[in-house]
Each structure stands twice: as C-alpha cells, then as structure tokens.
Design a protein around this ligand. Structure first.
Ligand code: C5P
Length: 241
C-alpha cells in the first residue's frame, strides 16, 4: 500500500477528531481540566506530558481520564525490570498510550509491553527531533536517517504496536514497518499558522498523507482563543473540508 492509499484507508475507518491527541502542556491541574472539559468530543486523546505528570503524578492521569482517553508521554528509558514495573503501575491508572525510548533496547521495549498489558499500547520514540546529527555524533550515535528506521524495526519486533516519529520520517518509517503499526507524529501546524519552535512542521493533511495515524497538536489548539474551534479546524484539515 502506498502512503496515500494508507491515508485513504485510514481516513474512512476513523473520525478525523479521533486522530488528534492534544498536548496538555500546562503546569496546573486546573488548567488541564479546563482544557480537557472544553475539548472533550473535539479530540480523540489527551496527552499528559512530563510537566503535568511531574507536578501532579497519577492524579493528573486520573483527573484527565474523566474527559477522554489518556496518552501518557513520559518516554520511559531504564533497565527492563524497572520499566516493566513502572508500566504495570501506569496500566492501573487507565492509560491508553504510553511512550518509551526505543533506544532502551529490545528487552526494555518488550518489558514495557508486558508491563502495560492489555491496558494500553506502547509507543516507542525513535530519535528525539531535538537531536541534530552533530548532537548524535557527540554521543557516538549514528545519524538520524540511519538510526530512525533501525530503531523503528527493533521496537516493532520487540512488540511495540506503535511508534512516535517526526513528520519528515513518516514515509520512511511507514515503508519500514508496514501498515499495521500505529504512527504518531508531533510537530503539526495547520496551514497558514506559525511553526513555533518546530524546525520542520507539517500540516495535518500532509502528515496523514505521509502515513500518520495520530497527530499530536499542542499550542495551535491550547493557546487558541477558542480551543474547541481550533481542534475542529485541525480535524477539518484532515478531510480537506
Ligand atoms: O505545542 P506543540 O504542538 O508544539 O506540542 C507538541 C507536543 O509534542 C509537545 O508536548 C512536545 O513535547 C511533543 N513533542 C514534540 N516534538 C517531538 C517529540 C514530542 O513536539 N519531537
């Protein structure tokens, strides 16, 4: 299947709003709750990241879960036993998607999948887009174009049902792992809006055409005057409406 055929098939199966994970990157639980309340029904997932989780821990997940499915983005990376035990505790919170670093290796990814069990799906992060090839060289790591596909394959072989990758890597990663893996991408900016701090942002339609299943969108929705309308506009952008 080509990337475009994948997008067409995927587009018919899932409502556009369900393809949006809104990043609740706010410091307080009150702000997160208010956003989740406003956006409930307009997005498919609420992403709780390190900021909110560091401030409020499990109560942040429990509070947000009242409004919709929770995607916990804490990018676990430790020895397999520790990751398995952490993932098992996270499973008890009712998390539907959990990120880990693919660079933790095969056994660590397998441990995360085992710990989370049927409660949710593990998403393996390939290479952080904040790392330039020079940064990678400075830690004796291969360039991203080599590392991303090999880490993607490793994670999928270890049982990860999904991956997080940058918009520019979607086509190569989709080609590497096939159609059955959930591809999640941040760095999404609606056409005509600014890029904020993303070096290479993609529009929702571009990311979908390139093979993404789920789009992580933060500030274009959360900082909009009307976050629900902004989320609806992103969803409309997915159908070309
Ligand atoms: O506000 P914005 O749409 O840029 O938010 C993007 C979200 O995706 C943030 O929560 C950020 O941590 C996350 N993310 C990213 N780029 C990556 C990985 C994660 O922007 N490479």
């Amino acid at each position: 299947m080509t990337a475009a055929e994948h997008a067409a098939a995927a587009g018919t199966a899932t409502a556009p709003a369900d393809r949006i994970a809104v990043a609740l990157d706010v410091p307080t639980l009150d702000e997160a709750r208010a956003l989740a309340g406003t956006l409930s029904g307009h997005v498919g997932w609420f992403k709780v990241g390190l900021e909110l989780f560091s401030a409020h821990g499990p109560s942040a997940v429990e509070a947000i879960a009242a409004y919709g499915p929770v995607f916990l983005d804490v990018k676990l990376h430790d020895i397999p036993t520790t990751v398995e035990r952490a993932a098992a505790r996270i499973a008890e919170l009712g998390v539907g998607l959990l990120t880990v670093h693919a660079a933790g290796g095969r056994d660590m990814v397998r441990a995360a999948v085992s710990g989370l069990g049927d409660a949710g799906r593990v998403l393996a992060v390939t290479v952080l887009t904040s790392m330039s090839d020079l940064d990678l060289q400075s830690i004796a790591a291969p360039a991203a174009r080599t590392q991303v596909p090999s880490l993607a394959s490793l994670a999928v072989q270890a049982g990860a049902p999904g991956l997080v990758c940058a918009p520019k890597d979607l086509v190569a990663v989709r080609r590497t792992v096939g159609d059955d893996v959930l591809l999640v991408t941040p760095g999404i900016r609606p056409a005509g809006s600014g890029d904020d701090d993303h070096a290479r942002a993609a529009t929702p339609a571009r990311a979908l055409a390139d093979g993404a299943d789920l789009l992580v969108v933060g500030r274009p929705i959360t900082r909009a005057d009307d976050p629900a309308a902004a989320a609806d506009a992103v969803a409309a952008g997915l159908t070309g409406a």
